[in-house]
Every structure is written in C-alpha cells, then in structure tokens.
Design a protein around this ligand. Structure first.
Ligand code: HEC
Length: 98
C-alpha cells in the first residue's frame, strides 16, 4: 500500500515538473525561422512570440537550457542540438531583444 502511494506521488511530481519531450529533430542546416515554424510557433506566436526574456535571461546559456530541458508548460527538445541549437538560440535572442 505504502509502496503504491509513493509511486503515484513520485510520478505526479514528475508530471508537474515536466511537460514532456518533443521528438522534433531539425534537418541539418535548418534556419531559426524553419525551426520556429516547425516546433515553436504552435505555442510561441502572437504576443508570446517574443519570449519576453528578462535582461538576465537574454543570454545563450539560459535559452539553450530552456530548449534542451523545457520548462513548466514547455516540452524539452533534446534533438535540437549542435549547430541547430546555436542557430535557434541566436534567433530567439534576436527576437526577444525587440
Ligand atoms: C507546448 C507549447 C510550447 C512549445 C511547443 C514551445 N514552448 Fe517555449 N515555452 C512554453 C511555455 C508555456 C513557457 C513558459 C512561459 C513562462 O514561464 O512564462 C515557455 C518558455 C520559453 C522560453 C523562456 C521564456 C522565459 O521568459 O523564461 C523560451 C526561450 C522558449 N520557451 C523558447 C521556445 C523555443 C525556441 C521553442 C521551439 C523549439 C519552444 N519554446 C516551444 C511553451 C512552449
């Protein structure tokens, strides 16, 4: 009984902290626009498009962490990496500075 309860509690905590993983994998050489349209625009559009990064969040390290690990309400994108992750990060930072 206790064992079952702790499994339920553990999986609820996991779900609350993580809203899933996207298996989107960008084609090699994808542009920021390509990747945004394919994998981000379904949520980040209109007013939410510019990500509203606080000044201390407007750096590549923070943006890469959000993309790779996700946030509350946002899936992680473990397949966006390497050159594509750099490209998308520059795109996000350019858009969020406006
Ligand atoms: C399923 C919907 C969804 C998708 C798809 C999605 N996001 Fe998000 N994203 C969110 C939510 C929800 C937040 C959290 C907003 C908050 O905390 O204010 C967020 C937060 C962010 C943040 C941090 C904003 C901040 O203020 O800290 C960045 C950067 C970001 N997303 C970039 C992306 C990128 C790049 C993609 C595409 C690879 C993407 N998101 C795909 C829903 C999504």
């Amino acid at each position: 009984m206790f064992k079952k309860m702790s499994v339920i509690i553990a999986s609820t905590a996991f779900l609350a902290a993580c809203s899933g993983t996207s298996d989107y994998a960008p084609p090699a050489g994808a542009t920021g626009e390509n990747m945004h349209a394919a994998s981000c625009a379904s949520c980040h559009n209109g007013e939410f498009y510019h990500w509203k990064l606080a000044p201390e969040e407007q750096n590549a390290e923070y943006v890469k962490k959000v993309i790779t690990e996700g946030t509350m309400g946002m899936p992680s994108f473990p397949n966006i990496k390497g050159k594509e992750l750099d490209t998308l990060t520059v795109f996000v930072l350019e858009k969020s500075a406006k």
